[in-house]
Write a protein that binds this ligand. Structure first.
Ligand SMILES: [Zn+2]
Length: 144
């Protein structure tokens, strides 16, 4: 039962999944003419246009494949930088992150939520940026 067919064998008046020349994607069509055992003319159920049968192209969405997962790319990159910066550092340097402590750039901290991070930059208003494997986070430190 691995190949479940969505559509029956082509027959006039039956449904078939095929490439619609107008919608520019694979859509359900009604077979309106047969040529031997193959469909010859079909009508698109979506745009109602009639055209000759074309094999499905395997494209069911008009969305181009190029613009995909940009967030993952950024995560990958920051993870690379993170790894690079951690190289050669020692476990003994890691301190548990606490908002009550103060930190300086380059320090290694262990954050309960984000994991191991490297202090990057101190900002005004008791803020600092820390690079974690999942990316940079703006956190607070030095709270009295
Ligand atoms: Zn169509």
């Amino acid at each position: 039962m691995t190949t479940a067919l969505f559509y029956e064998k082509p027959k006039v008046g039956g449904d078939i999944l095929t490439w619609c020349t107008r919608c520019k994607m694979d859509l359900a069509h009604v077979v309106i003419a047969m040529l031997g055992s193959a469909p010859a003319r079909v009508q698109c159920k979506t745009c109602r246009s009639e055209h000759s049968y074309r094999k499905p192209k395997g494209i069911t969405s008009p969305r181009p494949k190029t613009e995909r997962k940009p967030s993952q790319k950024i995560t990958m990159r920051s993870a690379d930088i993170w790894e690079e910066k951690l190289a050669g550092r020692h476990k003994e340097e890691v301190v548990n992150y606490s908002v009550k402590d103060t930190y300086k750039p380059g320090q290694l901290v262990q954050h309960v939520q984000f994991g191991l991070g490297i202090v990057e930059e101190l900002k005004a208003g008791n803020k600092l940026t820390i690079l974690f494997k999942l990316g940079e986070r703006l956190l607070i430190h030095g709270l009295k």
